[in-house]
Design a protein around this ligand. Structure first.
Ligand code: DAH
Length: 349
C-alpha cells in the first residue's frame, strides 16, 4: 500500500478511537502541523520529477483536505456529545408541577396585576404582552410627542447604544396594538379592547415614592361613538372590584400629548371614605389613574380614521395600586427582594 493510503487509514482509525476533544488537537498537529506527516509528504516532493510532482501533489492535497474534514467532523460530534452529557447531568425539572404556595407567595404586584387582568378579561378585553425595549417612535413619536417636546422631560429613561430605549410608560405599546387590531375594527366592526400590563423605567432618583423601575397597566378601547362615559364606567367597575367596595371616581383635567381631552382620575379616599384625612391631604380624594380620549393623531398613526372612530386610554399605575391595596408605604420595598416584607400578601379571591 502506498504512503498516502496508509496515512488515510491511520487517520481514520485514530479518529474512530478518539473520545476526547483534547486528543483531536494532537492528531491535527501530528498530521497537518508544521512537522506533521502530511506536511512532510508535501515537503519531500522537491525530489520528484515535474510530472510525478503534479500527480503526487494532487493526491497529497486530497489527503490533506480529507484529514482536515474528518477532524472537523469529529470535533463537531464530540462537542455535541459533551453538550448532551452536560444536559443529562443537570437536575431535571417538571415545569407542570403545581406551585406549592405553602413554601412561597406571589409578589404583591403580580397579585394586583392578575386581579386587574381577570376583571378586564371578564369585560371582553384582550391581555397583550409587549417588549421592554422599544424605539423612540413607539415610546414618543407615535404618541404625538415629537422630538424636543417638553413632555419628554418627565419621561427621561435609559437609552441603548443603538438608539432604542427602555420603555418609560406602557403607552409605548399603543401604536402596535392599534395596528394589530385596526383591520378587525375597520373590516369586521369589532371594537378594539385591550389592556397591556408591563414594567416601565425612568431615570429617577429613588425615595419612598419614586422608583426607576415600576409597573403600569395601559388600557384602550376604540370603536364608533366611544365617549368619556365609557371610560368612567370601565374604570369605576374595575376599581370597585379591586378594592371590593363601591369606589367613587372623579375626573380633573390633566395634560398628556396623546389624549384630548386628558384627565387625572381620582378615587374617593380609601382610608376616610371621602371625609378628609392626612392620607388624602384632607381633600377626600386620591389621584390614581391618568386617562383621556385618544388623540386623533395617535389614532391616525395607528391606521384608524379619527373622523369615524373614537377611543379612550388609561395608564393605571399598578405599583401604586398595589401599594394602596396592601398599605405598602415605601415603594422601594417592592424591588427589594426581601421575602420578609413581600411574602405576607395573599390573593383575597
Ligand atoms: N403614559 C402616561 C405616563 O406614564 C400615563 C397616561 C396618561 C396613560 C394618559 C394614558 C393616558 O393612557 O390616557 O405618564
Amino acid at each position: 500500500m502506498d504512503r498516502i493510503a496508509i496515512l488515510k487509514e491511520e487517520i481514520t482509525k485514530k479518529l474512530s478511537e478518539t473520545a476526547e476533544l483534547s486528543e483531536l488537537e494532537s492528531i491535527r498537529i501530528a498530521y497537518l502541523g508544521k512537522k506533521g506527516s502530511i506536511t512532510a509528504l508535501l515537503k519531500g516532493m522537491k525530489d520528484l520529477s515535474a510530472d510525478e510532482r503534479k500527480t503526487f501533489g494532487a493526491e497529497v492535497n486530497k489527503l490533506k483536505a480529507f484529514a482536515a474534514e474528518k477532524i472537523e467532523e469529529k470535533t463537531a460530534e464530540l462537542k455535541e456529545k459533551e453538550i448532551e452529557r452536560e444536559i443529562s447531568a443537570m437536575p431535571q425539572f417538571d415545569i407542570t408541577t403545581p406551585v406549592d404556595l405553602s413554601r412561597g407567595s406571589y409578589h404583591p404586584i403580580t397579585l394586583v396585576q392578575r386581579q386587574c387582568e381577570a376583571i378586564f378579561k371578564s369585560m371582553g378585553f384582550a391581555v397583550e404582552d409587549y417588549p421592554e425595549v422599544v424605539t423612540d417612535y413607539e415610546c414618543f413619536e407615535a404618541l404625538n410627542i415629537p422630538k424636543h417636546h417638553p413632555a419628554r422631560d418627565m419621561q427621561d429613561t435609559y437609552y441603548l447604544d443603538n438608539g432604542q430605549l427602555l420603555k418609560s410608560h406602557t403607552s409605548a405599546a399603543q401604536n402596535a396594538i392599534l395596528r394589530k387590531y385596526s383591520k378587525n375594527l375597520i373590516e369586521n366592526g369589532m371594537p378594539i379592547k385591550a389592556i397591556f400590563p408591563g414594567r416601565c423605567f425612568r431615570n429617577e432618583a429613588t425615595d419612598a415614592c419614586h422608583e426607576n423601575t415600576f409597573f403600569q397597566m395601559e388600557g384602550i378601547m376604540v370603536d364608533k361613538d366611544i365617549s368619556i362615559s365609557n371610560l368612567i364606567f370601565f374604570m369605576k367597575t374595575m376599581l370597585s372590584e379591586v378594592f371590593r367596595k363601591d369606589i367613587k371616581v372623579r375626573l380633573r383635567p390633566g395634560f398628556f400629548p396623546f389624549v384630548e381631552p386628558g384627565f387625572e382620575l381620582d378615587i374617593s379616599c380609601l382610608i376616610c371614605g371621602g371625609d378628609g384625612c392626612p392620607s388624602c391631604k384632607h381633600s377626600g380624594w386620591l389621584e390614581l389613574c391618568p386617562c383621556g380620549m385618544i388623540h386623533p393623531n395617535v389614532l391616525r398613526e395607528g391606521g384608524i380614521d379619527p373622523d369615524k372612530y373614537t377611543g379612550f386610554a388609561f395608564g393605571l399605575g399598578l405599583t401604586r395600586l398595589a401599594m394602596m391595596k396592601y398599605g405598602i408605604k415605601d415603594i422601594r420595598d417592592l424591588n427589594s427582594g426581601s421575602l420578609k416584607s413581600l411574602s405576607q400578601f395573599t390573593d383575597d379571591e
